[in-house]
Design a protein around this ligand. Sequence first.
Ligand code: F6P
Length: 342
Amino acid sequence: MKIGILTSGGDCPGLNAVIRGIVLKGTTTYDLEFVGIRDGWRGVVEGDFMPLTRHEVKGLSKVGGTILGTSRTNPYEGERGGAENIAKTLYGHKIDGIVAIGGEGTLAAADRLAKDGIKVLGVPKTIDNDLRATDYSFGFDTAVNIATDAMDRLRTTGDSHQRCMVAEVMGRHVGWIALHAGMAAGAHVICIPEVPMSIDEITELVTRAHDRGRAPLVVVSEGFTLTGMEEAYSDKGLDAFNRPRLGGIGDLLAPEIERITGIETRATILGHIQRGGSPSAFDRVLATRLGLHAADAIVDGAWGQMVAMQGTDIVRVPFADALGELNTVPRYRYDEAAALFG
Ligand code: F6P
């Protein structure tokens, strides 16, 4: 059996480890043959493939990014898109099924293709940890480690100058990275999309930390909207994918904090640094295990499903379980962190 593997959506540390896991188990335990699909669904639609043998995946578990490339192409768009055309392309290249490694958009497309008769298996990916049906997604732990390290560094420079430091982290719709990195670094305020906060609530916490002799550290998710400042934020417009433009809430927050508290304040936007470089050991293991189990699922013919982490086990779930509502930060988890604000 010949299987195509693709990575789609934003890149994420651990993608290469998944690819390696699938190919190693698929070729040694089973007699599967693999082909790499370039740049996500674009490669499927345009028939752009590359060799994918043991040789190509050598040493890949520690390598960031994706050797296959990625894009945000929708497989149902364009002249050569749609399930019928894709089925013809796959047939022409003797490809029996696809493993799609991606986030919500990728899995939604995979679900639709599966319903239209294409053999697709999913592997969930997101540094934001916003997918349901999997307790953790690979890439999240790496992003949290990078953000925590950055905040530890912000604290020493903040302490030296007695400044308030604002760190903006990724998290388009959910605040998992901010919550975990903020807790790990001992932030005095954590602002996440799930919990509305006004500038007065934030500055009160900043002033309290400052009065205790601390250099206040504020961590904010890129998707956070400050209560009362929605208008200033909505001016940012839409991005190329019709999503509200994100990033920059830290730059909006810092001058407001400084103006209200009188404490000199600096903002740092961590951005794509959180997605680059080597995956953490935890993410390498998780991604590799997902890859190994994906190879088993191919042989079992478990199409239309995705492999996922539940507890410490890797299980199979229908695509639909991961789609729809996002995995948001529950209030009790935020309150645990807030108990440490002081
Ligand atoms: O979903 C992962 C993520 O890194 C988000 O945290 C962020 O909002 C988005 O992708 C950035 O996307 P892009 O790489 O297209 O700028």
